[in-house]
Each structure stands twice: as C-alpha cells, then as structure tokens.
Design a protein around this ligand. Structure first.
Ligand code: ADP
Length: 367
C-alpha cells in the first residue's frame, strides 16, 4: 500500500480543454479520499492521470516514493473500478477474480490464496460458480471490487462505482465499501458527483470545480467551514442559501449585512478578514437549518413570503421569497410540521454565528 501525491498537476487535452489546473493533492497511505464535484469538473481526469491512462501536461505524480509520470499503467500497481463493472460475461465469478492474476502469471497457489482472501472479505463465497448475468447489481459491484482487490494493488481508484445501483442498494454497498476499506486499509481514491455519497464515505473529501481544487477537508469541516461559496452551495441538501448582501459598519462596532429581506448584524470578530474594498457587496451564506421562525416585530428578522411548502414529517422545508423584491429566494428547514400557506408572510431570524460571508470571488471572509 502507498500514498498518492499530486504536485501542481495540470492536464490540457489535445483539443485545448483544460481539465485540471495546478492540482496539489495527497491521499495518505491507507486513506479513503473522496473526490467530488459536478459533472465535467475533472474528477475522472485525476483518476486517469494516477492510473497512467493519460499523461500530465505539468506537475508530478507520485505513488509511494516513486515519481510515476513516465511509468506505463501496468507498472503503477493501481486497480480501477468503474461504474459499468466491466466483468467478463462468459466467465464465472471465480474466473473473473482469477483473470488479472493469471494475466500476470501468478502461481496457482498464490492465485488460490488471494481469491480465497478477497472472497471472504467481500462475503461472495456462494457466488463463485455463477456467471455475471446470474448476479444482482450489488453482487456484480462486489465482484468488480474483488477483481480490483485480488491484485493487492498499492492504490485502488474507484470511478462512480455505485451509480448503476438503485438508491437503497447504493446505501448498502457504500457502507460495505467503507467497511472493507477500514479492514484492508487499502489506499483509495474514490470519485463521485454525489455530495451525500462523498460526505458519508470519505475520511476526507476533496471538492473540485472547473478543474480547480476548492477545498480538501473532513466532511464536517466542509460543512461548517466552507472555503468558498462554491463549496458552501455544493455541500448540503438542501444547499446553503446564497444571497446578495452589502456590508457596513455599525456604530456599535458590529458589522451590518443588508439583504433584500432585511438587515442582519454579526459581531466584528466573525469577520477576521478585512472587509472587501468597493461598495461592500458580498455573498451571504445561510444554511436552511440556521433559520428560525420569529415574531415579525423581532429586530433583525427577515421578512419573507411563503412560496411553497414541503412537509417531510420530521421537518418542513419552506421555500420563500423576500417580501420586498419578491425575487431573492430562501429555503428554510424547520423542525416538525408547520401550517404554512402559500402567500403567507413570515419572519425568520438567523443565528448570527451561522452567517457566512464570501467576497466577490467567492472566497470565505468568515472563518
Ligand atoms: P468528470 O469526471 O468530473 O465528469 P472529466 O475529467 O471526465 O470530468 O472531464 C473534465 C473535462 O475534460 C470536461 O470538460 C471533459 O469534456 C473534458 N475531457 C475529458 N476527456 C477528454 C478528452 N479525451 N479530450 C478532450 N476533452 C476531454
């Protein structure tokens, strides 16, 4: 097993597409790192660069202590698992698992030992004599994992491995992968576009957007301290409300935030970074759960109008618009069931400790 380190890696495809820009990222030995971002942000490109299926345009890629930029894929000792499983349909599960080892010319006793180990780890002993078409989606995915793991690779690369499974199975197999990784301590780089999958699976999560790494952190830190407005809006469901606001200084020393729906204030020490130059226009981030129903007379309450309501049983999602401009949209997540009706005016307060401020470039100004 080994760590993977990318230093200032860039990839420009021959047609000029800059898929990855100045990417510096490390997966520690035995770590499961999830790479997440919207479609086309460069996730698969990172995997293909590590696997050696693409050449980096710039930068250095290491597996363990070896610079692998010039090594062919077969010399890198990485295994890849794809969403389409890529099992050989005419071979039994056992033959599928043996295949990569036979190709490498491993001795029979070694092949038997490795297949037995992986079969046990994955709990697929009963499936060994079946053909892929005789397996469920989840079982096929398990065999595909097994075929990667029998090689005892230094690094496993997983490219959206669960996207062909239905929602329920995805949750089960996700838990299995996490458990398997914990047990085997295989270094894994796992790619998904699904932020829920990323947050529930990764020790650490790397968020990529437009070929640029936005933040690498634990799920909790991504949620509580997003480094950019992009991360703030991408992580969390429903996502953080991102609103246009204007900052000002109050005589009290606090910082005022003027929004379409009202004015909020936060303590000056919530803003350790200097206020941006210019007219003070910023992006304000408020998580749906940081909003609380209030009396309309409450100071610094936001004045909103109910647009539509989703009753989910344990909570109510209220989709709202600022009463003044009727344009700015806000989603509030209120515990329990609330009798709200479309067109009803409501007032909401915001926990000032949970207000985020981002500058014009989207960089976080709050810690
Ligand atoms: P993701 O996996 O995040 O969906 P990719 O890494 O596949 O994204 O692609 C990143 C960008 O590079 C996209 O704009 C995609 O269209 C482009 N791209 C991917 N592969 C190639 C290629 N072989 N040639 C040209 N452009 C490519």
């Amino acid at each position: 097993m080994a760590r993977v380190a990318l230093a200032h890696v860039a990839k420009v495809y021959p047609n000029g597409t800059r898929a990855l820009d100045d990417c510096t990222l490390e997966v520690a030995d035995g770590e499961l790192l999830v790479l997440v971002g919207p479609s086309g942000c460069g996730k698969s490109t990172v995997l293909r660069l590590v696997a050696g299926l693409e050449d980096a345009t710039a930068g250095e890629i290491r597996i363990g202590d070896t610079v692998v930029n010039d090594l062919p894929p077969q010399a890198r000792n990485v295994a890849m698992v794809f969403q389409d499983y890529a099992l050989y349909p005419h071979m039994t599960v056992r033959r599928n698992l043996e295949f990569p080892l036979r190709m490498r010319g491993n001795a029979r006793p070694d092949i038997d030992r490795r297949v037995a180990t992986v079969t046990r780890q994955l709990g697929i002993e009963a499936l060994l004599d079946r053909l892929p078409k005789q397996l469920s989606g989840g079982q096929r995915q398990r065999v595909a994992m097994g075929r990667a793991l029998v090689r005892e690779p230094a690094v496993s690369l997983l490219d959206e491995p669960l996207s062909n499974l239905d929602a329920k199975l995805r949750v089960d197999v996700r838990a299995e992968i996490a458990e398997l990784q914990q047990r085997t301590r295989t270094t894994m780089l796992y790619v998904t576009h699904d932020q829920v999958e990323a947050m529930t699976l990764g020790d650490r999560v790397a968020v990529l957007n437009g070929g640029r790494l936005q933040q690498v952190a634990s799920p909790r830190e991504l949620y509580e301290r997003p480094a950019s407005a992009f991360v703030a809006g991408f992580i969390g469901n429903p996502p953080m409300n991102l609103l246009v606001g204007r900052l000002g200084h109050e005589a009290s020393g606090r910082v005022s935030i003027t929004l379409a729906a009202g004015t909020l204030t936060i303590a000056a020490d919530r803003m350790p970074h200097a206020l941006p130059a210019g007219d003070g226009t910023v992006t304000i981030g408020i998580r749906p759960e940081a909003l609380t129903l209030a009396d309309a007379r409450t100071a610094s309450a936001l004045a909103l109008t109910v647009e539509h309501v989703e009753w989910l049983g344990h909570e109510t999602l209220a989709h709202l618009r600022a009463s003044t401009d009727g344009v700015s949209r806000v989603v509030a997540r209120l515990p329990g069931m609330h009798a709200l009706t479309t067109g009803q005016p409501i007032a909401l307060t915001v926990d000032p400790e949970r207000i985020y401020v981002f500058d014009r470039e989207g960089h976080a100004l709050t810690p």
